[in-house]
Design a protein around this ligand. Structure first.
Ligand code: FES
Length: 194
């Protein structure tokens, strides 16, 4: 026997489904994305800086002409970067029986000291009490640069990281003392930049 209440209920539910299917929504529209506008407003409210940190190429220092911050820095970084020999060099991975010690003459400090191939040149110089220049201590600026008198830096040191010096600068004997580890004896002039 057919239940009239059940039939009526079924009809109402079907009708509701049909109405919902063909309805055109609430008319709600998402707001425009204003994030770019907000960012631009914030940028405008910040004061301009025209005094790049000295010798910091990553933000346009190091002698780059004023106003050439972004483009110049990127170009230089693209040309620079780690040399093949430096890539993946980890001084902590040097086994005890592979540790070798070299004589490094610090020309300006007037002393020759021994530094092992797993010892950082800047660290050892500071341990001696010398006031060595540095900033980032991770191979990303130029503050700690020094010059190897004997020749190409690649022949005398390895960098654990070098985001700054390009091949030509290293060929000319420049190194970053904060990430440099000796592979031979040499004479170093601290505080010398290419
Ligand atoms: S202190 Fe920045 S590269 Fe050495």
């Amino acid at each position: 026997m057919v239940d009239p209440l059940g039939v009526a209920l079924g009809a109402v539910l079907t009708l509701t489904a049909v109405v919902l299917h063909y309805s055109s929504g609430t008319g709600w529209e998402p707001n425009d994305d204003i994030s770019q506008e907000v960012l631009e407003k914030r940028a405008e409210s910040l004061p301009e800086t025209d005094f790049p940190e000295p010798m910091n190429r990553s933000i346009g220092g190091g002698g780059a002409p004023a106003g050439a911050v972004a483009g110049g820095a990127e170009g230089e970084l693209a040309e620079g970067g780690e040399s093949d020999e430096d890539e993946g060099f980890d001084p902590d991975a040097i086994a005890d029986d592979e540790v070798e010690v070299y004589e490094i003459e610090f020309a300006k400090e007037g002393e020759t000291i021994e530094i092992a191939n797993n010892e950082n040149i800047l660290d050892v110089g500071e341990d001696k009490g010398w006031d060595m220049p540095y900033a980032c201590r991770e191979g990303s600026c130029l503050s700690c640069a020094g010059h190897i008198e004997e020749g190409p830096a690649q022949d005398y040191i390895k960098h654990s990281n070098n985001d700054t010096l390009n091949e030509e600068e290293m060929d000319n004997g420049y190194c970053l003392t904060c990430t440099a580890y000796p592979t031979d004896s040499f004479t170093l002039e601290t505080g010398e930049q290419p």
